[in-house]
Write a protein that binds this ligand. Structure first.
Ligand SMILES: Cc1cc2nc3c(=O)[nH]c(=O)nc-3n(C[C@H](O)[C@H](O)[C@H](O)COP(=O)(O)OP(=O)(O)OC[C@H]3O[C@@H](n4cnc5c(N)ncnc54)[C@H](O)[C@@H]3O)c2cc1C
Length: 396
């Protein structure tokens, strides 16, 4: 029989957002339990493994063995394969490191454990415990055996398919047009350039892009994200990716050694991320960047805030929705403007023709951008192709 537990803060899910939340709650003095339904943290990997690095210091993650390749920048290819190159400092959210994602997730869990968090593996939350309408913990199963974990503060860090939010009555529904379906091969013997993460735009990947993230020694993650509402069937992602590979001899000669798929939300963030006794963080709160599909950095940044507020709520003996709104306000102040801006940009980008993508990349290849963001891109494009930016006036 597994014994029932009581703790201050319970974190459901040991992905980057969960481990980061747990670590910061423990660092701020709370007693923390983190549960993970899988037997191994970080595995299997469902990730392109690309991420920027300018945010790591803010959440106190030290560079480590999890860094696979440090890239110089990104190359963005238009449908006619005009290319626009941008260095890592100015590239925004997605480039800097190509990581070993399983190592990265494990390191964050180690950091959490070293900060005092108790980590329970192969332990899944199966429903919420509620008292007078407020969440007071979860019913869980460890190795199939039921038990309860009680905590004044419960955190849903259970990823894209989050159940915790839904169980708490927080609206988490997502529209088809706000979902990408992704597929990725790990390929060996390919001709990729380890200095760059490459992105291919246009109808090669309706509503998304093809990515090539180098892993060194002729190895690369070659993947695709397509918007679910732009294809007849989510399984079409594979057809598009295989077609792209066939057309690129440097990749067609390669061999596939691994394959992962999964869903990514490209929605605006949830309107509500807290309720009495509960907070949502990371993919569970739809914090993925809607333009790039990258969610590691945002999950970690929000995790630090979430863990800090969780510990404060415990110290104040107040886990009311009112108190926990401090987290909601703080993560929105840090991340929301960009998430909304990129969501609006994504809505527009899916309407563009290949000819327009060609013009945008052509216009960009001649200029030096201080920072790759929607505003700067549009300003640069307006110089050369004013007709293209007409429908984007609102962004400018
Ligand atoms: C194919 C693909 C490629 C991607 N590429 C990139 C990329 O290159 N760069 C980037 O930044 N982002 C990428 N992403 C997105 C990124 O993986 C996520 O944004 C990130 O993992 C979010 O972290 P998280 O901690 O919120 O959720 P997750 O990493 O999903 O972690 C959630 C955890 O909760 C556990 N869990 C779920 N339910 C329960 C339960 N009931 N009880 C206990 N545990 C539970 C899960 O097992 C999991 O370990 C990609 C996603 C996909 C699908």
């Amino acid at each position: 029989m597994v014994k029932n537990l009581t703790t201050d803060v319970l974190v459901v899910g040991a992905g980057p957002a969960g481990s980061m939340t747990a670590k910061w709650a423990a660092k701020r003095g709370a007693k923390v339990v983190m549960i993970e339904k899988r037997q191994e943290i970080g595995s299997p990997v469902r990730c392109g493994e690309g991420m920027s690095k300018d945010w790591l210091q803010e959440v106190e993650i030290r560079p480590g063995r999890w860094i696979n390749v440090e890239v110089e920048g990104a190359r963005i290819y238009s449908p006619s394969e005009n290319v626009f190159e941008i260095n890592e400092k100015h590239a925004g959210n997605e480039v800097g490191y190509v990581v070993e994602r399983d190592e990265f997730d494990k390191q964050l869990a180690i950091d959490a454990a070293n900060a005092g968090v108790d980590v329970l593996l192969k332990t899944a939350a199966v429903s919420l415990l509620k008292q007078d309408g407020r969440v007071v913990g979860v019913r869980a199963k460890a190795f199939g055996e039921p038990f309860e974990i009680r905590a004044p503060v419960t955190i849903g860090a259970d990823g894209f398919e989050s159940q915790v939010g839904r169980w708490a009555g927080i609206p988490t529904n997502i529209a088809m047009r706000d979902m990408d379906t992704c597929l990725q091969y790990r390929m060996t013997n390919v001709d990729c350039d380890v200095r760059y993460c490459d992105f291919y735009l246009g109808k090669v990947a309706p509503g998304g892009y093809v990515w090539v993230f180098p892993k060194g020694d002729g190895l690369a993650n070659v993947g695709i994200g397509v918007q679910v509402s732009q294809v007849a069937n989510p399984a079409d992602a594979r057809t598009y990716l295989d077609r792209w590979i066939e057309k690129h001899p440097g990749y067609a000669k390669g061999k596939k050694i691994d394959m992962v798929g999964g869903g990514v939300s490209i929605s605006a963030p949830l309107k509500q991320t807290v309720a009495d006794g509960i907070m949502l963080v990371g993919d569970a709160a739809r914090m993925i960047d809607p333009l790039t599909g990258g969610g590691i950095a945002n999950g970690c940044l929000a995790g630090k805030i979430c863990g800090t507020v969780a510990a404060e709520a415990v110290a104040a003996r107040d886990a009311s929705q009112e108190f926990l709104r401090k987290y909601d306000r703080a993560w929105r102040a840090r991340l929301e403007e960009k998430l909304y801006r990129n969501w609006l940009a994504k809505e527009k980008l899916v309407t563009l023709s290949d000819a327009t993508f060609d013009k945008i990349v052509d216009a960009l290849s001649g200029v030096k951008l201080e920072k790759l963001n929607v505003h700067n891109i549009l300003r640069a494009v307006r110089e050369k192709y004013p007709e293209v930016t007409k429908e984007f006036e609102a962004f400018l």
